[in-house]
Design a binder for this molecule. Structure first.
Ligand code: PLP
Length: 375
């Protein structure tokens, strides 16, 4: 058995080595390192994968959020409603460009946006709903889109963790995560389900005007070289990264299936332990398991189990230990009960493609041993 890692990127690389090495060698031969052929092809393939008309590659998922928000051209102080329990990027980018993140609470079982709670936070300054498709499944998009339409708001989907998951609307129509709002953003950070070998990100949209502005903003606000129409940024996906991503995009659905199989093993083996709440599946979304996050009965139990696993060579992680509104940099006077409950109890187990059955069995039997010592 290989040693257990939170995510084993090396095992995946070995499997893809021939294709990845060949794709990189082609770029090295062409030396079109910036804005090269693979970037253009990847953008087309990524848009097509989503069933959207435009994908704009950029430097990382945080830039993607900044660019998408800048493209909306909102009045200063406009409010963006987003979960208080998430990665920091939306809150950080809002504050960086003079917008106000307004935090809402989550569903305690799926960890996804609580739309009723979001609605209560709408004011005359609200301009954007920014759900996060946390850990690999879609936020309740049907309700989010309806709420946005009612109040004339933009919807920005943070799709950094759920690329490839599929949402089903009540009347049966299916859509890929990141294809339903006005705009979506994703990250190709190496650990993401579609990860490159460095930093990368993209914006996906079928809104012509937003696409045009995002493309300009990502490129110093210019569409014609040396003619700067708006304030922009320098945010580019390297051609080498695009070449890697083209190989991996073709395997993304297979990657998701492997992650789902690992999650099913965890569910099957851990689901009966009363002190563990396994991750619930949203009724209207598939789950691509960027992370397998379970909720422990008490914070103390989480600490003790993490320690026990560590002593047995099994890593675990806490996504996320602090609500965004309690971060020193983004502090706000608000209390969200589910957010706080999750921060204190949530815990992620190793997850990824290429997990060995032996590894999964070792992880779950170690957890079961821990609980049998408590009994
Ligand atoms: C939900 C979410 N949004 C945004 C980002 C930011 O992506 P990046 O690290 O590529 O800037 C991440 C990545 O860590 C994320 O998990």
């Amino acid at each position: 058995m290989r040693s257990v890692k939170m995510l084993d990127l090396h095992a995946q690389y070995l499997r893809l080595k021939d294709e990845i090495d060949a794709a990189m060698a082609t770029v090295l031969e062409r030396t079109d390192f910036i804005g090269g052929q693979d970037v253009k092809e990847f953008e087309k393939e990524l848009a097509a994968y989503h069933g959207s008309t435009h994908a704009i590659a950029c430097g990382n998922g945080t830039d993607a959020i900044q660019i998408a928000l800048m493209a909306m051209d909102l009045p200063p102080g406009s409010e963006v409603i987003t979960p208080g329990f998430s990665y920091a990027a939306i809150a950080e980018m809002c504050l960086l460009i003079g917008l106000k993140p307004v935090y809402c609470d989550l569903d305690p079982n799926t960890y996804l946006m609580n739309v009723e709670d979001a609605e209560k936070r709408i004011t005359s300054k609200t301009r954007v709903l920014a759900p996060v498709h946390l850990f690999g499944q879609n936020a309740p998009m049907e309700a989010i889109l309806a709420l946005a339409q009612k109040h004339n708001l933009y919807v920005l989907e943070d799709n950094a963790q759920a690329i490839g998951s599929v949402y089903t609307f009540a009347e049966g129509k299916k859509a890929k995560s990141g294809s339903m709002g006005h705009v979506s953003t994703t990250s190709f950070f190496p650990s993401k389900n579609l990860g490159c070998y460095g930093d990368g990100g993209a914006i996906v949209t079928s809104d012509e005007a937003l696409a045009k502005r995002c493309k300009m903003i990502a490129n110093h606000g210019q569409s014609v070289k040396y003619h700067h129409e708006v304030i922009g940024m320098n945010s580019r996906l390297d051609t080498l990264q695009a070449a890697i991503l083209r190989v991996k995009l073709r395997k993304l659905d297979q990657f998701a299936a492997e992650r789902q199989a690992a999650a099913e093993h965890y569910d099957r083996e851990l689901g009966a332990i009363p002190q563990i709440q396994i991750p619930a599946r949203a009724e209207d979304s598939t789950h691509v398991f960027h992370q397998y996050c379970m909720v422990m009965e008490t914070p103390e139990l989480r600490t003790a189990l993490q320690e026990y696993l560590k002593n047995n060579g099994i890593p675990s992680m806490i996504y996320y230990p602090l609500p965004l509104y309690k971060q020193v940099a983004y502090q706000q006077d608000v209390t969200l009960p589910v957010t706080e409950y999750l921060c204190n109890r949530i815990m992620a187990l190793p997850m990824g493609t290429d997990m060995e059955t032996e590894q999964l069995e070792y992880i779950t039997s170690t957890i079961k041993n821990y609980f049998s010592t408590l009994a």
